[in-house]
Design a protein around this ligand. Structure first.
Ligand SMILES: Nc1nc2c(ncn2[C@@H]2O[C@H](COP(=O)(O)OP(=O)(O)OP(=O)(O)O)[C@@H](O)[C@H]2O)c(=O)[nH]1
Ligand SMILES: [Mg+2]
Length: 364
């Protein structure tokens, strides 16, 4: 299928099945009869969505009902369209159940989760040789990737800039037990074929990572042509410039579906508690040996986790990272529980007397 991903309004050769549509989706859609068609969201502009339907791409708005419910489709969502080509209108009226949802807590928006992409099979967490390579950052990404239900794979791009690319993977290995870590160069193509096992037809892969790590360059490499704009600065230093500004789904020649995302700057942990457990299986296993079942590993007697730090089997920075993420998670829970409102940057205030009393009780 050697043609670029359809732009809006264009015809294309893809059937719904090529877009990952399954019998399960068919079952969920079967209650709709009449002028309804199913599709998959390929791109979200501010208030309109590009949706791939059988054989073509259309631009659609959403129904008033979805808007009132605050249900905004994400890229990757399977949706139901009220499609009236004779009137020249298409409206998204429903979002089919999501298999997975990749979300990040967005501090500052009343704790609301921001869905980055839906129905993702695999998340490529992209980092790059140089200043972005940071085990703590990877742990944070891994926690939200695990929580999404998708399988994470770590990609270290720009291996051409490293003296010894093999050692780069070792640097991240202790932060990601059991997770594949693959060094590549999107520019030279070195190592890119090692991604093939993760790119079977009809599977959906989301690229996430900081701005400038080379996500769009990798898309262009995998597409075999330039479909995404990339930064012109080679020595990218992430001073807040984002080259990619909208999320977009691409169909690779091999049939895999890949979503390019703008670089993430702030990644809140949201409510990814299950993700934290999956990211730190080593710490949870050690914790089973602690004397107290509610041990926080902060100096309690008989703490097996602290003992592992002391004898060098667990890096102290990894434990700190775990504790920081757990504190964030606790804060997110409190926010949801007692109702906090953000007044200005990084300052939260309780709303209502009950919340204020509880906040004081907790010694904040
Ligand atoms: N040396 C080297 N440079 C690379 C590689 N991949 C990407 N780059 C460069 O890194 C810069 C940023 O690449 P982009 O693909 O725009 O990065 P991005 O992750 O899409 O950035 P945002 O869209 O802002 O999130 C560009 O100048 C690329 O040429 C690589 O493998 N090696
Ligand atoms: Mg980009």
């Amino acid at each position: 299928m050697n043609q670029s991903t359809p732009r809006c309004g264009e015809e294309h050769p893809y059937k719904l099945e090529d877009l990952g549509w399954t019998d399960e989706h068919e079952g969920a859609f079967s209650k709709y009869t009449g002028p309804y068609v199913p599709g998959r969201v390929a791109c979200r502009q501010k208030t309109v969505w590009d949706v791939l339907i059988d054989g073509r791409s259309v631009t659609a708005g959403i129904s008033g009902a979805l808007r009132r419910l605050g249900r905004f489709p994400a890229v990757g969502d399977y949706v139901v369209l009220l499609h009236q080509p004779e009137a020249g209108t298409s409206t998204i009226v429903d979002i089919l159940p999501q298999k997975t949802r990749f979300a990040r807590g967005t501090p500052g928006r009343e704790g609301a989760e921001q869905v980055i992409a839906a129905n993702i099979d695999t998340v490529f967490i992209v980092t790059a040789a140089g200043h972005d390579l940071n085990a703590r950052r990877i742990e944070r990404y891994l926690a939200i990737a695990h929580a999404s239900g998708a399988r994470p794979v770590i990609i270290i791009n720009k291996s051409d800039l490293a003296d010894d690319p093999a050692t780069l993977a070792d640097e991240l290995a202790s932060a990601s037990p059991g997770i594949p870590v693959i060094p590549i160069s999107a520019v030279s193509g070195e190592g890119v074929d090692r991604l093939d096992p993760y790119l079977p037809p009809r599977t959906t892969i989301a690229l996430i990572g900081s701005s400038g790590v080379g996500k769009s360059t990798l898309i262009n490499r995998l597409m075999g042509r330039s479909v995404q704009e990339t930064s012109h600065t080679r020595d990218y230093d992430d001073k807040g410039r984002h080259t990619t500004t909208v999320r977009q789904l691409f169909i690779l020649d091999g049939g895999a579906l890949m979503i390019d995302n703008p670089g993430l700057r702030e990644v809140g942990i949201g409510t990814a508690s299950a993700g934290i457990a999956d990211t730190f299986p080593d710490i949870l296993e050690l914790a089973e040996g602690c004397r107290f079942s509610d041990c926080r590993h902060e100096g309690e007697p008989g703490c097996a986790v602290q003992a592992a730090v002391a004898d060098g089997t667990l890096p102290a920075a990894r434990l700190e990272s775990f504790q920081r993420l757990m504190r964030e998670l606790e804060f997110e829970r409190e926010k949801a529980e007692i109702g906090l409102v953000r007044l200005e940057k990084k300052r939260w205030k309780p709303i209502g007397k009950y919340a204020r009393d509880l906040w004081k009780l907790k010694g904040r």
